[in-house]
Write a protein that binds this ligand. Sequence first.
Ligand code: NAD
Length: 427
Amino acid sequence: MSEQESSLYEEALKPLKKAAAVLNLEPDIIEALSSPERILIVSIPIKMDDGKIRVFTGYRVQHNTARGPAKGGIRYHPGVCLDEVKSLAFWMSVKNGVVGVPYGGGKGGITCDPKEMSQGELERLTRGYAAAIAKFVGPDQDVPAPDVGTNAQIMGWFADEYYKIAGKYVPGVITAKPLGIGGSRGRGTATGRGAFFATLEAAKTFKIPLKGTRVSIQGYGNVARPIAKYLYELGCKIVAVSDSVGGAYNPEGMHPIKLADFKTKTRSVKGFPGSKEINTIDPITVDCDVLIPAALENQITEKNANDVKAKLIVEEANGPTTPEADKILYEKDVVIVPDVLANAGGVTVSYFEWVQNRMGYYWSDEEVDEKLKQVMTKAFKDVYQTAKQHQIETSFTMQPLQMDMRTAAYVTAVKKIVDAMQALGRV
Ligand code: NAD
């Protein structure tokens, strides 16, 4: 493992350490929380379309299962490595604690470039991965879902392979499946919808007007597109977007659906009619009021945090802000709705799907939306209350910070996880 790989997990643990200090946790408990329960590394040999065999590496990390089965997505991306999957699994434990769904945290991934693979190759890879980890997943053990580079079809292939091995139909083994095989209504847009509800609460709480507000979004995939649409419908202007190829900027605003259609046709938002070309990283620092990182980790760093113009950051991506950038932004009075809260709508509707699968009874769009709104609104209020209750001191400043939504979210979640570990007699 390279130095760079080992540092992401170390960085990911920093907010845990701050929360642990607030909660007065003993070092042995912090160590237990910092150590994933199970790490699987599998080799998946696949026959490619040209007849050659390629061996892919897959991971599944179950970080903590004190509050329930492990739960978290599967990422297909060239940058997937053990350290990234460990970090993502850890964030899932925290996220599931923040919103209070009865799950622990897990995450998986395969180091591959899905954009370079045919549908047949992706299906064989997914089936190979499912077979390799089948013994360790299941509705009561570990329940995967999509993440970067994966989608409902991939969930369907995974489910089918698992059913063959289990010898029965167990739709609760994986979530965000297509509707016809037990998927939940509202799952496709759930992360964006949940982030939208969190944005509404943040705007109300911190008195940030949303009408006419300029929004900048980095990444324009599964989670970015829905929130762009909801905010546009509310009267916000989408002034900047980017993806892995490039970006588009227009201070007059861009239509979110036309942007999505343009990206579908050309594979990028770059070159969107009427816009100025910008780089993939530029949405972080363009002139805007609300910034939504919705791509990958470590995008807001000590190098660009000082140039952030937004007053509100809603983290749809996991881990987009480094701890050093967090400090700079806090001192600039920027409000951050942290990832473990802002993007929890996805896992919340995944939980609804799992509940519906176990009941064999399915809810309407309206029911799902109402329940999601309740969960996200309550989670935001719980975190805000925690932030108000605790005078949170940080290692980077001698000033007591009165409001740090990330630490508050970690305090909220870690308390629940530790309570569960203690009730089980694990610590
Ligand atoms: P996706 O693959 O659908 O979209 C990712 C987007 O980011 C794409 O538009 C891609 O081009 C862009 N991107 C990649 N690298 C980039 C770069 N360097 N600069 C700018 N853009 C870049 O993935 P997604 O499901 O939308 O996930 C995005 C983020 O949201 C990830 O951090 C993921 O972990 C997180 N997340 C996803 C879900 C979910 O339900 N899918 C839930 C919670 C959190």
